[in-house]
Design a protein around this ligand. Structure first.
Ligand SMILES: [Mg+2]
Length: 227
């Protein structure tokens, strides 16, 4: 059976030093003139669509032309994100490159299931030379629903790999309970990785089939993914 392996990005593959939040803060500060315009907004595990819509609503920016404002803000965010990544103190998380290398030798299709917009994912992963490692995925441009992101990911990755888009063959790797919940709602399995703010125990409690402290034990992780 060919497996579909889907990676979350932030705090699963890379840490960007908060480049996304910094970029959104700048964009909304320009629009509202207020300091800390994203204060109190949760970013973790959510789609960019959901985050941007929440901030737009909080500052009453969308009145009567919500979709225009969304498109404007999304475009400005992507421009700002490129600048923030260029000066960010980020890194690739332990074992990621080795794991991606090892998966090349296995009968699997490797893609993304991320709340980032597609272009945002490209900017973040491209900064570390990792974008080309993934054959498609599901992204957070159009939906606040993470399970929809996973569903889109399975479809796109399977189509590009020429395999059956069966959710039962898919595994999502992520660092938050939202990644795990989304995987399950889409009919896929989930591997938790404790490189974000949740422990392995907590990710297992949220229903992950397995959890690891990071991705550095390549053989063990590959074994879990192919099990
Ligand atoms: Mg994450």
């Amino acid at each position: 059976v060919a497996r579909i392996i889907l990676f979350d990005i932030d705090l699963t593959l890379i840490a960007t030093g908060g480049a996304g939040r910094l970029a959104m803060n700048d964009v909304f500060q320009r629009l509202t003139g207020k300091p800390n315009p994203t204060e109190g907004v949760t970013f973790e595990g959510r789609t960019d669509h959901a985050i941007l819509m929440e901030v737009i609503a909080r500052h009453h920016l969308g009145d009567g032309r919500l979709m225009d404002v969304y498109r404007e803000v999304a475009g400005a965010y992507l421009e700002e994100l490129e600048r923030k990544m260029a000066v960010s103190n980020g890194r690739v998380l332990p074992g990621v490159v080795e794991l991606l290398d090892a998966l090349r030798r296995e009968p699997v299709a490797v893609g993304l299931a991320t709340g980032n917009m597609r272009r945002g994912a490209q900017i973040k992963l491209g900064h570390y030379g990792l974008w080309e490692r993934f054959d498609g995925g599901g992204f957070g441009d159009e939906t606040p629903v993470r399970a929809e992101v996973v569903r889109q990911a399975i479809e796109e990755v399977a189509r590009l790999a020429g395999i059956d888009p069966d959710p039962q063959d898919a595994v999502v790797i992520g660092d938050t309970p939202l990644d795990i919940e989304a995987a399950h709602l889409a009919g896929a399995q989930a591997l938790g990785v404790a490189t974000g703010s949740y422990s392995s125990e907590s990710l297992l409690e949220h229903g992950a089939q397995a959890a690891v402290s990071d991705l550095s034990e390549t053989e063990r992780v590959v074994e879990i993914l192919l099990a």
